[in-house]
Write a protein that binds this ligand. Structure first.
Ligand SMILES: [Zn+2]
Ligand SMILES: [Zn+2]
Length: 165
């Protein structure tokens, strides 16, 4: 994978917004939360993912650099709300009422499940496939082989056939 370096100033803005949102949550619940670990390793067309068990937010560096503040304002609360929903309510629906509540009542931002950023620059470089145990990243070559019916990939862990996410 090509390593994409996120400028330091942009990383600082990310941290600033994350802390701001975390403060809103701490104020609401009268409780302190640890700062999530933020990494810039999200690939594909997803803007970010929240890794609940690891208390980590994974951001898409390309979409972040392309969309700057709009990305930060939208994706940070979105992913942070996933972590907090898990922390406060346990296993709940990913974009369920708990997540909505955190977004709109605590963070005061519009809750939308998906982002609207243009994805032409991140599309078609990597294809996310899944089985029942994990996500797999396939190259365009591997993806095309599957499309042409020449190849089928199976997960080494669970033995299931990979399907496009
Ligand atoms: Zn989400
Ligand atoms: Zn598997």
């Amino acid at each position: 994978m090509k390593f994409v370096r996120v400028p330091l100033s942009l990383q600082q803005t990310v941290m600033h917004t994350m802390r701001q949102k975390l403060t809103q949550a701490s104020y609401f619940w009268q409780q302190n939360f640890p700062e999530p670990h933020i990494t810039y390793q999200q690939r594909g067309t997803a803007a970010g993912t929240a890794r609940l068990q690891d208390w980590e937010i994974r951001l898409n560096p390309i979409l972040l650099i392309e969309n700057q503040q709009t990305f930060i304002d939208e994706v940070i609360p979105h992913e942070l709300a996933h972590l907090l929903a898990y922390h406060q309510f346990g296993k709940v629906a990913p974009h369920g009422k708990e997540w909505h509540f955190i977004m709109e009542t605590i963070f005061k931002v519009k809750a939308s499940r998906t982002h609207q950023f243009p994805v032409h620059s991140v599309r078609s470089k990597i294809f996310i496939y899944c089985c029942s145990c994990q996500q797999h990243e396939l190259t365009i070559r591997q993806h095309n082989k599957i499309l042409r019916g020449k190849n089928c990939y199976v997960c080494r862990q669970c033995g299931e056939k990979l399907i496009l996410l």
